[in-house]
Write a protein that binds this ligand. Sequence first.
Ligand SMILES: [Zn+2]
Length: 317
Amino acid sequence: MQKADIHRACLICGSTALAGMPRYSRHHLCRCKSCGFVFCRPVPREEELIAHYKSYGRNDYLSPVTVKRYHELLEIFESLSADKFVSNSSSAAAEEERGSAVPAPLRVLDWGAGIGYFLETARERGWEVYGTEYTEQAVAICREKGITMFQGPLSAVEMPENSFDLITSFEVIEHINNPLEEMARITRLLKPGGLFYCTTPNFNSLLRYYLKDDYNVITYPEHLSYYTPDTLHRLLRDAGLKRIFMKSTGLSITRFKKSRKTSEEELISPVSTDERIRVSAEKKWYMKWIKNGVNAVLSATGKGDTLKALYRNPGKP
Ligand SMILES: [Zn+2]
């Protein structure tokens, strides 16, 4: 049997001072002594990845709360691109009437677009939408929805430099073990002033401290990189991007129960504990108040489940 190859240097800072993490040895984790980044030491073989992703169940449940969150996010992106933003709204029509040239709509690339839910929401608001995905099935579904798709890693994106006003990646970077390469591509593809938004599990989350190696986010070969607010900032800063915000939010009761193997509920489902809390926080002011309070504390301490980072490409000086 071919022996798995291993990483000999930190994936984000290049240091070769790597320490094993005995408590997490069944997940093959190591920590960089120089920058603190945690990642899987073995490089998974192609066959391992194919076998794993073959059994990867796709969950197509789209929560109405998620759609609302997408709109809120897009509003933020649009306000930060305000000088350029033209939607299919009346302002574009007014411009046209005045006879001036109508600027092109904002262009977004969703790295790991899934089956296109985020991009569909963006398109409704007037964005021009592009995506990447690995599986043929997901690419086909997105294409059927009229989304321009590229199959594979970011190197498959056949677009010139400075093409995008926004690149998003929801829960993608934990799956890859070549973040420097992919970030260099992101910076190239972003226009000067363009935005990069990403989410990823937080290795510093309260749940991970409590559950240790039972925390079910830690899973080889699905997740290969484990970020904290500091290491994610380092990656994005070294790629030449400037921070707008870095938050860590959420405390998943469903994930806690699943990690402890006390529940069979699906993580993303209309009846999961998390979803019921999300829906109720939308409807009841006091639940929203509690949720916002919990998230404020989690973000201030850097202990929430999910990191959410928004950075800007300052462009060449
Ligand atoms: Zn390092």
